[in-house]
Each structure stands twice: as C-alpha cells, then as structure tokens.
Design a protein around this ligand. Structure first.
Ligand code: NAP
Ligand code: G3H
Length: 504
C-alpha cells in the first residue's frame, strides 16, 4: 500500500505514514480531537490507513473557509475554470493505477474496475469542462406575453449557488465524489467534501490533484469523520448553499428532514427490475442480468435487483442465468474476481437475513448461500413471492430474486409497487410493446434490451420516489449547482428616443 501511495508525487504532505490528514485552506491538518478512524480492508480486515475524526469546530472551519473564498473562485473566467478541470483530469489519468490500487484495498473493488473508476472520473472532469463552456444565457422580449411589449426585456444568465457540500457513498468513493466536485467548481461554487468513512482515503487525493491543477487555497476543502457525528452539523450549517448527496435512501431521508430550506440533489437506493418478455433474446438478456446483478458483488445502486420473467421463457432464462452465474470468479479483488468482499460483516449479515427470510417462506435456492469472511457467493432465488423481504428491499449484495408473473400488467404492477424508482429494464424484440410498458413504469430511466446503469455520464440520471431528488448528469448537474439570475430592462422611451436621434 505504502509503495503505491509513495508513487504519487507530494503525497507525504497529506499523511504521517498511513495516517491521513484533512484538507482545508490548502493545508493538510490533523484534527484537534486527536481521534482517528481506522479503515479496514474488507477482504482481509487489515488496517489500510486511518483518517481524522474531525470535530464540529473543524466542520465549522471548513465551511467558513469555503464561504470566505467564494468571490475568488466566482470571479475567475469560465475558460480558466475549464482549464483547471482539464488539468485535474490529466493528473488523475497519470495517477490512475496507484489511486485504483488504493481504492481496491480500502473498499474491495476489483482492481481493474477501481482503475477504470479513476479514468471515468477524469473523463467526467473533461466533459464537464466542455459542457460548462457551452453554457449560455438568454434574452426574452416581453411582447410574447399578452399585454406586454418590446419595451421590456429580460436577460438571464447563471450564477453559482455558493458553498456546495458533497457527500458520497462507499461504493464509488472517487467517482461519485468527483461527479459532484467537477460541476460544482465549473459552475463557480466553492466545495466542501465529506467522503464516506469507508472509502475516505481515495477521495482525499482530490486535495493534491486540484491544488496541482490550480484551484486556489480554500476553494476546495475535505473534512473526514463519521457522518453520524458531523453529518447533521454540516448539512444544517447556514453557510452551506446546497447538499449534493449520494447514499442510502435512509440517510437521504434523514438529511432532507434536517437540512432546512436548501436545494438538495440526491442519488439514493434502487430496486431495479428487469421485465423479460416471451420474445426476448435470452442469451443477451441473461448476460445483461448476470453482469448487472453481480458486478462489484451487487454493490451498485443500479444493480439488477429483481427479475420478472414471463411464463413462456421463465424456465429457460433462469437456467441460462444460473449457468452464467456459476462461472463468475470469486475471491481476491487484486485478481479481479467479479465477486469479492462486501463492504463489512454487518452488510453480509443483512444480506444473509434476506436470503434466510426468502428460503424460510418457500423460495427455491438455485445457487450460492455460502459465505467466507466478507465474501458471499452469488445467490439466485426462484419462486420469490411478494411476501418476502427480498422482493422489496435493496440487498446491496450478490443476491438476485426471480419473481414469476402471468402477464405484463402484473410485471408492471410489481415493478411499480416498490418504494424505489431508479431504473427499470424491458427485454423484448417488440420495441412498440417495450415503449408502451416503459411509459407505465414509475422510474427515472428505462433501459430497453440493456442492463440498468448510470452512464454514459452525460445522460440525465435521476430517481423517482425514494430513489432521489433532482437530476444529475454532466450538464444537468452544472444547472442544478447554479441558478438563473435575471435582469429586466424597461425601455419606457424606446420609440421616442429613436425618432429624436436625427442629425440633418
Ligand atoms: P450511506 O450509509 O447512506 O452513507 C452515504 C454517505 O452519507 C456517507 O458519506 C456517510 O458517512 C454519510 N452520512 C451518514 N450519516 C449522515 C448524516 N447524518 N448526515 C450527512 N451525511 C451522513 O450509504 P452507503 O452505505 O455509503 O452507500 C450505499 C447506498 O448508497 C445504497 O443504498 C445505494 O443504493 C446508494 N447509492 C446510490 C447511488 C445512486 O446513484 N442512486 C449511487 C451509489 C450508492 P459515513 O460513511 O461516515 O457514515
Ligand atoms: O452505485 C450507483 C452508481 O451511480 C452506479 O453507477 O451504473 O455506472 O455502476 P454505474
């Protein structure tokens, strides 16, 4: 671990050995609390490093600093901001292997996926810089509204919101932090990041990256510590202008209840259902289901979390999915196994509880239901019924239920009964029918003949119901992190002045 960290230039300033500091005003500091939180590798439970358990006073300090530096960042040009983001992207690409390795150790993500999370973030920064440069305002004459004339004209342009508080989840600790930082900075805001505690080390490197890229001290800051201890204080702070949060629906609902009148941008949990019709291409469907359900051991908001097959193909589809699931590699994230450890043993116990409940109520166990350390074998459950918890709860682990139905109407009904509404999938060769079903599904996005997923990152990404608030995606996030400012020009003497302007 230490060898990988030392490959990153200047990383000695952010730590003493493997004890990482927090970042405020361009300075790396130890918490005056004297307390640290240990980050355990979920694969072998070894300590990967420690981060500062910052105090409420330090939470106040980072927000105050970000607020004091608003003007300095707001006043630099759009083009300069874009250049900073581009530079940051190229640094990320340069350091991608080391950062990916560190991430693999702290959250147990397969090494290849961890490295690609870093490069995806670099590409996100580049695309955000490009999209930010395209932003334009608009001018509107009053005469398009009844009773008004061209004597009135509005000019609208966008201004930053102020200080954006960015809180991310453990499963994409770098990308889902970066996809908040880039639009926030591009829109001219200053930033405070509160990374997930399990997964805090990798996003701390944003401090080094952004400083090297040219972000002035105090514009970008990171505070570490448990959400349960400093989260409410950060969210409620009057100098925080917006909370951009990705995490569980439970934490999201709590934040919404304490944040007060601030704009909130939330990406939360999901229970994405794949509806498979009788005419689907079953090879393609089974591949999409297995990859969608089990990559990073199912720890993705957009993982395929339910399959609802029609009677004509259910047996054949389930057999194919089982065959492909049994071929998945299981074990060490460094060896790129698809199935690796869940984030901690508490999560394994939760997932086990869902399996036990389903089997106890009569679900058929097709494979899996085995655990070693934090690794849970991919588990398929057939004949799942709506009285079972797995039909509704988000496992965030490698368990996939099949809920057999008798009609497309029933599939739509079960899909919509969920408290979540992130994405849905329809597998069929009949695009007309798919389009009709898509219109009935109460989710943010419907994938036709493909697995649920967030990217490409310039697409809008949103959830309905308990799955989110607002819309993200490159240009959507820049919009969400800025607001229109309107100046209205009232030309009372317009016609008269033109007529007076004669020189003969
Ligand atoms: P989580 O437990 O809700 O934590 C998310 C973040 O919130 C962490 O940084 C956590 O800090 C912080 N937090 C906890 N309590 C807080 C409080 N009172 N105030 C402010 N922040 C607080 O979620 P997770 O376990 O990391 O991630 C898994 C969940 O995220 C799943 O439900 C998944 O579906 C969802 N997710 C959704 C999306 C999406 O795009 N829709 C993407 C990824 C993940 P600590 O780590 O210090 O507790
Ligand atoms: O975990 C939630 C992420 O937003 C999912 O992103 O679909 O690219 O894996 P992904």
């Amino acid at each position: 671990m230490i060898e990988e960290i030392e490959k990153i230039p200047n990383s000695n300033i952010m730590r003493d050995d493997l004890n990482f500091k927090y970042y405020v005003s361009g300075t790396w500091k130890k918490s005056s609390s004297g307390k640290m939180v240990s980050i355990l590798n979920p694969y072998n439970n070894e300590v990967v490093g420690k981060v500062q358990a910052c105090s409420i006073e330090e939470a106040n300090e980072v927000i105050t600093v970000a607020n004091e530096n608003r003007e300095c960042w707001e006043e630099i040009t759009q083009r300069e901001r874009a250049e900073v983001l581009m530079k940051a992207a190229s640094i990320m690409k340069e350091w991608a292997l080391s950062l990916g390795f560190i991430m693999m150790r702290e959250i147990g993500k397969p090494l290849k996926s961890a490295v690609s999370e870093i490069t995806r973030t670099a590409e996100y920064f580049e695309a955000t810089a490009e999209a930010g440069l395209q932003q334009e305002g608009e001018a509107i004459f009053g005469d398009s509204f009844k009773g008004f004339s061209r004597d009135k004209m509005s000019m609208t342009y966008r201004v930053p919101l102020g200080v954006i508080l960015c809180i991310g989840p453990f499963n994409y600790p770098f990308n889902l932090t970066g996809s908040k930082i880039a639009p926030a900075l591009m829109a001219g805001n200053t930033v405070v990041v509160k990374p997930p505690t399990q997964g805090a080390i990798t996003p701390l490197f944003f401090g080094l990256i952004l400083e090297k890229a040219g972000v002035p001290p105090g514009v970008f800051n990171i505070i570490t510590g448990r959400g349960a201890e400093i989260g409410d204080y950060l969210v409620q702070h009057p100098l925080v202008s917006m909370v951009s949060f990705t995490g569980s629906s439970e934490t999201g609902k709590h934040i919404a209840s304490v944040a007060g009148m601030k704009p909130l941008l939330f990406e939360l949990g999901g229970k994405d259902a794949a509806i498979v019709l009788d005419d689907a291409n079953l090879e393609l469907t089974a591949d999409a289901i297995v990859s969608g359900a089990f990559s990073y051991s199912g720890q993705r908001c957009t993982a395929v979390k339910r399959v609802i097959p029609m009677p004509g193909i259910a047996d054949k589809l389930i057999a194919l999915v089982k065959e492909k699931t049994l071929k998945l590699s299981i074990g060490d994230p460094e060896k790129n196994s698809t199935i690796g450890p869940l984030i901690n043993s508490k999560q394994c116990e939760y997932v086990q509880g869902l399996i036990n409940d389903a089997v106890g109520k009569g679900a058929t166990l097709l494979c899996g239901n085995k655990r070693e350390g934090n690794i849970m074998w991919p588990t398929l459950l057939d004949n799942v019924t709506t009285d079972m918890r797995i039909a509704w709860e988000e496992p965030f682990g490698p368990v996939l239920p099949f809920i057999r139905v008798k009609s497309a109407e029933e599939a739509i009904q079960i899909s919509n009964e969920s408290e979540y509404g992130l994405q849905g999938m329809i597998f069929t060769e009949n695009v007309d029918l798919a389009f009709n079903i898509a219109q009935e599904l109460e989710v943010g996005t419907i994938q036709i003949n493909g697995k649920s997923e967030r990217g490409p990152d310039h697409f809008p990404f949103l959830g309905t119901k308990s799955s989110g608030l607002g819309t993200q995606g490159i240009k959507y996030s820049i919009d969400a992190m800025s607001r229109p400012k309107v100046i209205v020009l009232n030309l009372s003497e317009r016609g008269k002045l033109v007529k007076q302007c004669k020189y003969d």
